[in-house]
Design a protein around this ligand. Structure first.
Ligand code: SAM
Length: 285
């Protein structure tokens, strides 16, 4: 560390910790009607996107999150054909979803077009599937999208949103989950980024209660590493419209997958289902 180094820090007030990245320069910024999106070039983590000062994506470590938020629920569903991503403006989750050849349609509905426009410039590798004929990249409030979704038209809903503040706050409540439930087919699944199990277990409890009150039947929270996020350890929570064992997934298909990943594989999925002791205690499924 030399005195001339420049660093970007994010202080996580709710965890009493912070993270820093050595940067070479600020690449861009835009104030959209919804949030401020900033881009940095770093010495060791590639490009970095922040939204309202919060870490969103780095070139180096986004694969943990995008792969677990897509492949774990997709291989849990028996035969997912119609997928909707709420949020996901950096397009990384969409790219992973479209690796599944059985998926027939994938809609990405992000409230903020500027996030995708910036991702196209600074994370083109995450946007490489945006022109897939199965993909629809649209810009609207995900709350409205689910209010208007056709009943029983979706197999998997992926909520890949920012933290439950600002425009994303309404994606973490019973009213939204009720609309998700209505839009899902009987064997449909919802998966939502559920923050750090180490720092925000109360949020996971709140999410699951609201999902249960909305009518979802079973829940499973899968932890995974995410170095650039608070505590470096993140999670996705899967909820099922009908009663089913979410510890079971298409292991054969996951083992035989022909597409490349950097983190997800059948063993990682099995491991994420094992859960550490404190999570088993906190989240008895
Ligand atoms: N991987 C990141 C994480 O876990 O924090 C999130 C990726 S993505 C950049 C988060 C997206 O959620 C943003 O693009 C933001 O515009 C979008 N978003 C927030 N509230 C939304 C809403 N109500 N409807 C649709 N998208 C929303």
């Amino acid at each position: 560390m030399t005195p001339s180094d420049t660093w970007f820090y994010e202080n996580f007030s709710y965890t009493g910790s912070a993270i820093g990245f050595r940067i070479t320069r600020k690449l861009d910024e835009v104030q959209s009607p919804f949030q401020k999106i900033e881009m940095y070039e770093s010495t060791d983590w590639g490009n970095i996107m922040t939204i309202d000062g919060a870490m969103m994506v780095t070139t180096r470590d986004n694969f943990f999150y995008h792969e677990m938020m897509a492949h774990a629920p997709l291989f849990t569903h028996a035969n997912p054909k119609n997928v909707v991503i709420i949020g996901g403006g950096d397009c990384g989750t969409l790219r992973e979803v479209l690796k599944h050849k059985g998926v027939e349609t994938a809609v990405q509905c992000d409230i903020d077009e500027q996030v995708t426009r910036m991702a196209e410039k600074y994370f083109p590798e995450l946007c490489e599937s945006n022109n897939d004929p199965r993909a629809t990249v649209m810009f609207d409030d995900g709350i409205a999208y689910m209010e208007n979704a056709e009943p029983e038209s979706i197999d998997l809903i992926i909520v890949d949103s920012t933290d439950p503040v600002g425009p994303a706050e309404g994606l973490f409540n019973e009213a939204f989950y009720k609309n998700c439930l209505k839009a899902l087919r009987p064997d449909g699944l919802l998966v939502q980024q559920s923050e750090s199990p180490l720092a925000l277990m109360h949020l996971i409890h709140d999410m699951r209660k609201a999902m249960s009150d909305a009518g979802f039947k079973n829940f499973r929270t899968l932890p995974f590493p995410q170095p650039c996020y608070p505590t470096g350890w993140w999670s996705g929570t899967i909820a099922s419209k009908s009663a089913c064992d979410l510890t079971k997934f298409r292991e054969g298909d996951a083992s035989a997958k022909t597409f490349a990943t950097k983190y997800y594989n059948v063993g990682i999925h099995q491991g994420a289902l094992m859960m550490p002791e404190f999570m088993k205690t906190e989240l008895p499924d």
